[in-house]
Design a protein around this ligand. Structure first.
Ligand SMILES: Nc1ncnc2c1ncn2[C@@H]1O[C@H](COP(=O)(O)OP(=O)(O)O)[C@@H](O)[C@H]1O
Ligand SMILES: O=C(OP(=O)(O)O)[C@H](O)COP(=O)(O)O
Length: 394
């Protein structure tokens, strides 16, 4: 990476404003997945062990510039304290005199979690005044929030114009791993794209066709391709505006000599529930009008697993079916297991794909599970991430 990291600057005795992504899922005020908090520990410990005073700033949810009590960062601060095995202070604001007073009390190596930065309207607008307020708290800015690096906000981008600005260790690792995967990929390189966000993901397929050897499609994304090819898809997910784009990808793959694979068989269901009737059909048989496609079928699972097993690099973004409901989870599990068992390097991106690998007990067997969904997708599309662009060059 051509950007400076915490390793390139003096941090001892400095007040360091670290932007993290503590946007974790909460249920009844309890954190249900602390992956994103755990992922920032190396940066926090790097700084505290060298005697920095660490301020942690994050968003949580989308409070739209209002103070929303259920979106306070208190549970995240408590979890962090458990993970670090030491007390962590918490402020009820992210700027202002009360925060400055708390910072004045910090000793070298202490940690203070600031309140949700999105309680201020200026955060998402990247308001320069708010960015200056954040900057006035510290001597150095460290961006470790890879999950929010695709956002140009006051605490991710704006602040970098007012302080020396470097990346944290998580940010550096995410960019290194994804960057290596995309710039100099080990081959065969297989990209797997599934999930339900057809609009968001279609552009990614375009770029993946340029760089990958195999592109495997699954999940709700597949049905737009089927319909565009003239097959009946019943009630399945569909984006009619993408027919031409979908057919264009099939052509592009042919031209480039790439192995572009769509499911050959699918699991269909007459209801979106575990008690629904299900059938396995070949795609060309067509889906009855009141049924929908909810998973890839057994032949497809085998074909995909075979490609994955022979790959040196696998990038997977988006589940193969509605994995949250057990009878529809087999395709996602099969692809997850194939990724876990391949000798190739595996990168998992996207919140739901990461949750699926966690649910199936496969997370430990993956080489890299990215903390960014939208961020890793934008990176793979070849877009510049504003939170990274704003950091100081080496
Ligand atoms: N065939 C399908 N029909 C409807 N929804 C699907 C289908 N396949 C997968 N999904 C849903 O897609 C969701 C994940 O999509 P998405 O958000 O695009 O993935 P990610 O978070 O991994 O990027 C899951 O909740 C899953 O149930
Ligand atoms: O959870 C996040 O995005 P992701 O679900 O795409 O990984 C990030 O914290 C960014 O949050 P945002 O999409 O509300 O800006």
């Amino acid at each position: 990476m051509n950007k400076k990291s915490v390793r390139d600057v003096e941090v001892s005795g400095k007040v360091v404003f670290v932007r993290v992504d503590f946007n974790v899922p909460l249920e009844d005020g309890k954190i249900t997945d602390d992956t994103r908090i755990r992922a920032t520990i190396p940066t926090i410990e790097y700084l505290t062990e060298r005697g920095a005073k660490v301020l942690l700033a994050s968003h949580l949810g989308r409070p739209k510039g209002e103070v929303v009590d259920s979106m306070r960062l208190t549970p995240a601060a408590e979890r962090l304290s458990e993970l670090l095995g030491k007390p962590v202070a918490k402020a009820d604001e992210s700027i202002g005199d009360a925060v400055k007073a708390k910072i004045a009390e910090l000793k070298d190596g202490d940690v203070l979690v600031l309140e949700n930065v999105r309680f201020h309207k200026g955060e998402e607008k990247n308001d320069p005044e708010l960015a200056k307020e954040f900057a006035s708290l510290a001597d150095l800015f460290v961006n470790d929030a890879f999950g929010a690096a695709h956002r140009a906000h006051a605490s991710t981008e704006g602040i970098a114009h007012h302080l020396p600005a470097v990346s944290g260790l998580l940010m550096e690792k995410e960019l290194d791993v994804l960057g290596k995967a995309l710039s100099n990929p080990e081959r065969p390189f297989t990209a797997i794209v599934g999930g339900s966000k057809v609009k968001d993901k279609i552009d990614v397929i375009d770029n993946l066709l340029n760089i990958a050897d195999n592109v495997l499609i699954g999940g709700g994304l597949a049905y737009t391709f089927f319909k565009a090819q003239g097959y009946e898809i019943g009630q399945s997910l569909l984006d009619e505006s993408k027919f031409d784009v979908a057919l264009g990808f099939i052509e592009k793959a042919k031209k480039l000599g790439k192995n572009f694979m769509l499911p050959v068989d699918i699991v269909i269901s007459d209801d979106f529930s575990a008690s629904a009737n299900t059938k396995i059909i070949n795609v060309e048989d067509g889906i009855p009008s009141d049924w929908e496609g909810i998973d890839i079928g057994p032949k497809t699972r085998e074909l995909y697993a075979d490609v994955i097993s022979k790959s040196k690099l696998v990038v997977w973004n988006g589940p193969m079916g509605v994995f949250e409901i057990e009878p529809f989870s087999h395709g996602t599990r099969a692809v997850g297991e194939a990724c876990a068992n391949t000798a190739g390097y595996t990168v998992i991106g996207g919140g739901d794909s990461a949750a699926a690998t966690e649910k199936f007990g496969l997370a430990d067997k993956m080489d890299h599970i990215s903390t960014g969904g939208g961020a890793s997708l934008e990176f793979m599309e070849g877009k510049a991430l504003p939170g990274v662009v704003a950091l100081n060059d080496k």
